[in-house]
Design a protein around this ligand. Structure first.
Ligand code: PMP
Length: 408
């Protein structure tokens, strides 16, 4: 049937926005954060207007309504990700979810000399917590390189690195290259070696239906804001046996069973890791986003995005001086197209594109080890989502051609 992109666009008020220079916004920075449909904005406003209250505390009507909404959202979100509410820990995003594994699982279960396998294409969120752990505990980190010819993970190197590993942490889809890693194979090989696996699905979840239970993965980290949800919330999905091995992370209110001046006892399950006042409005907003997204077939969403990305990248390759990093033609590539111009600095290029109304990302994308592997300090990146159109892509290519002709 195909996506009715015009109708989808009409649900996103921001897409009608004109920039201060009068240009119509073309939003191509979706890998950084997606825009939000009206129903998500409304669900959050309704909470503040009608039943704002703390959750899991008082017995009055508003408190009951807020608690029910928070827990209903957990049911909706966990079911969308193919698992049960007990396996979902609310976090502030993928970054906190990964830190939670580092603090609560790794510190409790690893010791000096144990091996953690990462890849060169990880986001800093999946590097720095492990480097800190290595400094504190003496765990060894192994980085699997990418094959610079085709930008894919070197699976032969992975096979060697994983042999005596205790934990493998791999990004599902690179936020720079758009490359989707063979996560099914990675999970299988890691488990065959006796290692637990954490998959960073910050970029994967907006492009593909993630089914946690079917994946047999031990931990999955997700951010809401890249998939139509609000900022400030995400989750860690954790298998039951792994959750039982986890110790407390942040401590304080909500996560305790009892506190005396002598000491404290803690809640079990996800409640142990959700400390302080929960992210109530954000959970409600994410629940609404997931309900909104569930009306679409994610394979259809992905092919829509991938078609625009591969068309745009092919056109860009014909523009003098442009180099593309990644392979947007690959059917499982995510729609992120990283590029550089030979003589126009990436920051300048971003400003020239912004003048045309095009919001693109520039920088190291929190992936400096990947930048080092690519031999560049930064790239420009365009990234597409469900509401982007071929017309926007065409106008982008025209504007880029104009900029390059004029300024290179
Ligand atoms: N991993 C990847 C692959 C990402 O793209 C991002 C966000 N750029 C993160 C982790 C961190 O997500 P957040 O900032 O939402 O915690």
């Amino acid at each position: 049937m195909g996506l009715d992109v015009n109708s989808i666009r009409s649900e996103f008020p921001i897409l009608n926005r004109k920039l201060p220079n009068g240009k119509k916004l073309v939003y191509f920075d979706n890998a950084a954060t997606s825009q939000k449909p009206q129903c998500v904005i409304d669900a959050m406003s309704r909470y503040y207007e009608e039943y704002n209250s703390n959750a899991h505390r008082a017995n009055h009507t508003l408190a009951d309504e807020a608690t029910s909404a928070l827990e209903n959202a957990r049911r909706t979100i966990s079911s969308y990700f193919g698992t049960s509410p007990e396996q979902l820990i609310y976090t502030s995003g993928a970054t906190e979810a990964i830190n939670l594994v580092a603090f609560s699982w790794a510190r409790e279960n690893l010791s000096k000399g144990d091996v953690i396998v990462l890849t060169e294409m990880e986001h800093h969120a999946d590097i720095v917590p492990w480097q800190q752990l290595s400094k504190d505990m003496g765990v060894e980190i192994r980085y699997v390189p990418i094959n610079i010819e085709n930008y894919f993970l070197d699976m032969a190197a992975f096979e060697i690195a994983v042999k005596d590993a205790s934990l493998v942490c791999v990004v599902h889809t690179s936020n720079v290259l758009g490359i989707r890693n063979p996560v099914e194979e990675i999970i299988q090989m890691s488990h065959d070696s006796g290692a637990k696996v954490l998959i960073d699905c910050a970029q994967g979840a907006p492009h593909e239906q993630i089914n946690f239970d079917d994946s047999e993965c031990d931990f999955i980290a997700i951010s809401a804001h890249k998939m139509a949800g609000p900022t400030g919330i995400g989750c860690l999905l954790v298998r039951k046996d792994a959750m039982e091995e986890m110790g407390p992370f942040m401590t304080g209110g909500s996560m305790i069973k009892s506190v005396t001046t002598k000491g404290s006892t803690f809640q079990e399950g996800h409640a142990m890791f959700e400390t302080g006042t929960p992210r109530i409005a954000e959970a409600i907003g994410w629940g609404a986003a997931v309900e909104w997204l569930s009306q679409y077939d994610m394979e259809e969403v992905h092919s829509h995005i991938q078609e625009i990305a591969s068309w745009t990248a092919e056109k860009m390759k014909n523009i003098e001086g442009i180099t593309i990093y990644g392979d947007p033609k690959k059917s499982n590539s995510s729609g992120a197209v990283s590029f550089l111009h030979a003589t126009i600095q990436s920051q300048d290029l971003a400003l020239l594109l912004d003048e045309g109304g095009f919001a693109v990302r520039t920088g190291h994308h929190c992936a400096q080890p990947l930048m080092d592997a690519l031999g560049v300090p930064s790239t420009n990146r365009i990234s597409f989502w469900i509401y982007n159109t071929m017309d926007e892509a065409k106008s982008f290519v025209e504007h880029l051609e104009y900029v390059v002709k004029r300024f290179s």
